[in-house]
Design a protein around this ligand. Structure first.
Ligand code: GRG
Length: 308
């Protein structure tokens, strides 16, 4: 794969520069996604799927997947189909989350939401199309990985996306809507599933594809769970402190909806402190990997310091 050769030459430790790393990885992922989903008949559905898939975004999940595969001794090429699938599933969850029946949002990634452009019927189907294609893409396109590891990856990702993961988190989130007495335990459940499960799957599947040992997969899992929660805490803070232009989506929605969030339970300063603590614990998990963990460690820091 041409793309993989570009990805397969990580920078040396001494010259490690996260912003260059993220730009390079994002560019390679964008190219892989672009060629993964050509527009064929019936054009409308492919156009709708591409509209959201190619609408930008940080591409954090595929970048994490490739980085963790490399951390565990694999190559970028082994992880790229799974990394693309992660972004397809993330994107479909955003399309469905934005629907009037869910969060009812008009803007996402700085553009009109899928249903605003294509209508609710096509937006639902675009999500369905991306979800199913993600699994087809892993199964059909993964190369140089033993079939058992590909199968394990599919099982892990399916679990993270389904009722035991994203779907379950979204359901508890919907049930909590309008309630002002949501407990910290419930809030943690919502985010560990709605946001954390897919982020964790990105990191762990990268390790599975590389053939990592169970003890290393455990470390990677804990790393990812912690950064997933930190990511959500920062997201809640940014909903209060950032503008719509910075976020690329409606700002201040949580406060407007009277939602219980980490800042509403803890205040902004304590929320920042908790996020920092989670990142420190996450980073400690990767100590055993030495300098190979540098990209993931830098990404963990980036997540807590991001301002949009
Ligand atoms: C997965 C079958 C299936 C259904 C989806 C709607 C739903 C069920 C779940 C909602 C999941 C959701 C919207 C979680 C929020 C995740 C989150 C923090 C999104 C923002 O992620 P960023 O900041 O966004 O990485 P970009 O645009 O940069 O990718």
């Amino acid at each position: 794969m041409v793309l993989a050769s570009k990805l397969d030459s990580p920078q040396s430790e001494s010259s490690f520069d996260l912003s260059t790393y993220l730009v390079e990885r994002k560019t390679a992922i964008e190219a892989a996604l672009d060629s993964a989903l050509p527009v064929i008949y019936p054009e409308k559905i492919y156009e709708a799927m591409r509209y959201s898939l190619m609408a930008g975004g940080k591409r954090l999940r595929p970048i994490l997947c490739v980085a963790s595969c490399e951390l565990a001794g694999g190559t970028a090429e082994m992880a790229i189909p799974t990394a693309c699938a992660m972004e397809m599933i993330h994107t479909m969850s955003l399309i469905h989350d934005d629907l009037p029946a869910m969060d009812n949002d008009d803007y996402r990634r700085g553009k009109l939401t899928n249903h605003k452009v294509y209508g609710e019927d096509i937006a639902i189907l675009a999500g369905d199309g991306l979800l199913t294609y993600a699994f087809e893409f892993i199964a059909a396109k993964t190369q140089n990985v033993p079939p058992q590891q590909v199968l394990q990856t599919i099982v892990h990702l399916a679990r993270a996306a389904g009722a035991a993961g994203l779907v379950g988190g979204q359901v508890v989130d919907l049930e909590s809507e309008g309630k002002t007495d949501v407990s910290l335990e419930t809030l943690n459940y919502i985010h560990a599933h709605k946001t954390g499960a897919l982020l964790e799957s990105c990191v762990v599947c990268g390790g599975i594809l590389a053939g990592a040992e169970p003890a290393d997969l455990q470390r990677m899992s804990r790393f990812a769970k912690n950064i997933g929660l930190a990511f959500q805490i920062i997201d809640d803070i940014l909903d209060i402190t950032a503008t719509q232009e910075e976020l690329g989506k409606t700002a201040g929605k949580d406060v407007q909806a009277g939602k219980v969030t980490y800042p509403s339970l803890w205040g902004i300063e304590e929320s920042r402190r908790q996020a920092k603590q989670l990142v420190a614990d996450a980073k400690a998990q990767l100590a055993v990997f030495g300098s190979k963990a540098q990209p993931l460690l830098a990404i963990a820091d980036y997540i807590t310091s991001r301002s949009y």
